[in-house]
Ligand binder design. Structure first.
Ligand SMILES: *Cc1c(COP(=O)(O)O)cnc(C)c1O
Length: 376
């Protein structure tokens, strides 16, 4: 049996006709940049995420840059975030000229540890970017409380977490000042190319985001700020709009697959023996707030297990092999090995398994049987 890490065709095939209809509509209109397709998607995403406003962007990375620009964060400013995330979270901070300041993660959830954030604050701290990693909300309540008392902005990096729910059902991306999403094809809601979105609840910030997206201009050819070309195009918006109809059922399928993996792994001795650790929810009573963009195990002898599964034609991935404070391009920040031990440990010990909607029970049984075989 051959099992890829992700099978996008399994999601695409049943909705191919609707997607082609949407593409044809855009082709007929010859309206490619922003316009009604983008506006329509913005309204639906704001609604879906429980935010007042949403602004389409050219990618998740650009969504983060746009958000930072709208908050006027730049040279001389510091932004706190996690070193255990996709590169773009921290590169966006550096690219607007601000300084990323890292804080270690909670080893159970892999999300930023709220207990450590206050010691990272300086007079220059302007914002914090918690990441809802793998599709599970960071423990954001203490972060929001702290940020409010310190007058610091909160930008949620919800690129992996569209539809994920926090404690009381609040949706990822709607809780901070701004929330950033990505429609990269491998995200739970993916475009057929690049795309992203920023959610906002404040009207002033919303209007500033609209301006930042078109070179900092509210009136054409008059520029109040230095923005960028961060526009989402109509084709991608039309495609994402069709896929949004399936998102809840895809999320359910991912959650069912996660529950199935847990049941299968619990039938082995692997968890009791400490060889394998399941992904742990921040709030045990709200397991289903997790949307499982990735299903990530912490395992003994990770690299050898991965090699074994690759030989068995089971796709896996390491998110992420090198924490951001140790990346070459961030040497200038002056961090060293050992500065963020939990992030470094996670980078050594975690492995993502296939979790996509369309993964069958037989496939999951096969994956778990191979993992068992490896540890025998
Ligand atoms: C994917 C991702 C991004 C960037 O999104 P792109 O659309 O690829 O630019 C940012 N942050 C996180 C956590 C991501 O997973």
């Amino acid at each position: 049996m051959k099992i890829p890490l992700l099978d996008l065709a399994a999601q695409h095939n049943p909705i191919e006709k609707e997607i082609r209809t949407a593409i044809d509509r855009v082709l007929k209109s010859q309206y490619f940049i922003l316009g009604p397709e983008v506006k329509g998607l913005e309204n639906r995403i704001a609604d879906y995420c429980g935010a007042q406003y949403a602004v389409g962007a050219s990618s998740g990375t650009d969504a983060l840059i746009m958000a930072l620009m709208a908050l006027e964060i730049g040279p001389g400013d510091e932004v706190i975030t996690t070193p255990y995330t996709f590169f773009a979270t921290a590169s966006a901070i550096a690219r607007v000229g601000a300084r990323p300041v890292f804080v270690d993660i909670d080893p159970k959830t892999y999300n930023i540890n709220p207990a450590l954030i206050s010691q990272a604050k300086t007079a220059q701290t302007k914002a914090i970017i918690p990441v809802h990693l793998y599709g599970q909300c960071a423990d954001i309540e203490p972060i929001l409380r702290w940020a409010k008392s310190e007058k610091i902005f909160v930008i949620e990096d919800a690129a992996q977490a569209i539809g994920a729910e926090y404690k009381d059902g609040q949706k990822a991306g709607s809780m901070g000042d701004l929330g950033c999403f990505s429609f990269f094809p491998s995200k739970n809601l993916g475009a057929m190319g690049d795309g992203g979105m920023v959610c906002a609840n404040d009207k002033g910030l919303y209007e500033k985001l609209l301006a930042m997206r078109v070179h900092g201009s509210k009136t054409k050819y008059f520029h109040q700020w230095l923005g960028g070309n961060f526009r989402l195009d109509a084709l991608q918006a039309a495609i994402v709009n069709v896929k949004l109809d399936s998102l809840n059922s895809w999320t359910k399928a991912r959650q069912n697959n996660a529950a199935q993996y847990e049941a299968l792994l619990k039938q082995t001795n692997l968890i009791a023996e400490g060889k394998v650790q399941l992904p742990l929810p921040v709030f045990p009573d709200r397991v289903f707030g997790h949307i499982y963009n990735q299903f990530v195990l912490r395992v003994e002898n990770r690299d050898a297990l991965r090699g074994f599964l690759t030989k068995a034609e089971i796709g896996t991935e390491i998110y992420y092999p090198l924490p951001l404070h140790l990346q070459e391009c961030f040497k200038f920040l002056g961090y060293n090995q050992g500065d963020f031990p939990e992030s470094e440990k996670a980078a050594q010990e975690t492995l993502a398994l296939p979790i996509y909607p369309g993964l069958s029970i037989q496939m999951q049984e096969y994956v778990v049987s191979k993992i068992s075989k490896f540890y025998q």
